[in-house]
Design a protein around this ligand. Structure first.
Ligand code: SAM
Length: 251
């Protein structure tokens, strides 16, 4: 059976509208040999990567076993793992043997899982490689996942930490150990993890969608109610904690 390659099928494009950003950012990557994506779902993004990088090895990781609609060829490998388990993520990356050009983390979107993949994944990325942390808005204090995951309020999530690092970099502030220590209190990150991220990140861009989705994720309609910025099915189309992605480049 063949499946149509239609990137418009993925919420990356019809909902989050990351397409322009990704085209701009990915244009800096040359000779891409190795790509990892967490979160395969129906396989649309892997199909897009397969077409965009016809010579690259692509590793798709998901809690799901291989699904019939997932594209298969000798450049694509699927791995079943749970982003909640550090050992799963670690042994997955060991199989990729590092020097990864591009990591896209589009899995469960739980802040703890975003953190697990980020702190391990950055070690396996090659210099000048790109790490895309999609749906970073689930780490926003107003998002249900952030609220649900936290044992306490106002904990440091990937969003908080990346905002801090970006802010320090853009202000040329040299980050001191006591500041790092402060960020380990009520935090998903320990001292070493924060220090390692600071040391290996060359640049950070954080985007938030400033327009409406092309169509509703819930009902597929684009017939919106502009008075309350909801789809007619009731879904929020312009929520504060929505459609954020971070693009990190490694030193
Ligand atoms: C948003 S979808 C991925 C969409 C895909 N990247 C695309 O653009 O077409 C999220 C995927 O994360 C997977 N997932 C959910 N929880 C997970 C976990 N704990 N570990 C690994 N994958 C998980 C789901 O099975 C689902 O396939």
């Amino acid at each position: 059976m063949t499946y149509k390659i239609n990137i418009e099928n993925t919420d990356k494009f019809f909902w989050h509208r990351y397409d322009t950003i990704y085209n701009d950012e990915l244009s800096h990557l040359e000779n891409v040999e190795k790509i990892v994506e967490f979160g395969v779902f129906k396989g649309d993004s892997v199909r897009w990567l397969n077409r965009r990088y016809p010579d690259a090895k692509i590793y798709g990781a998901d809690i799901l076993p291989v699904q019939v609609e997932w594209t298969e060829n000798d450049r694509i490998e699927y791995h079943q793992l749970d982003q909640d388990k550090i050992s799963d993520i670690q042994s997955f990356f060991e199989k990729t043997e590092n020097s990864i050009d591009l990591i896209i983390e589009d899995g469960s979107h739980f802040p703890q899982h975003q953190k697990n993949c980020l702190v391990i994944g950055m070690d396996y990325l090659k210099a000048e490689g790109i790490y895309i942390l999609e749906d970073l808005h689930t780490s926003h204090p107003h998002h249900a996942y952030y609220i649900q995951q936290g044992k306490t309020k106002n904990y440091i999530s990937p969003l908080h930490l990346l905002l801090f690092i970006e802010h320090s970099m853009s202000n040329n502030i040299e980050i001191q150990n006591d500041k790092i220590q402060e960020l380990t209190t009520n935090s998903l990150f320990n001292f070493e993890e924060i220090k390692n991220l600071i040391d290996c990140i060359k640049s950070i861009k954080i985007y938030r969608r400033s327009t409406l989705p092309k169509k509703c994720y819930n009902c597929n309609s684009s017939d919106y109610n502009y008075h309350n910025l909801k789809c007619k099915c009731g879904a929020d189309i312009f929520a504060e904690a929505d459609s954020m992605t971070a693009i990190l480049v490694k030193k």
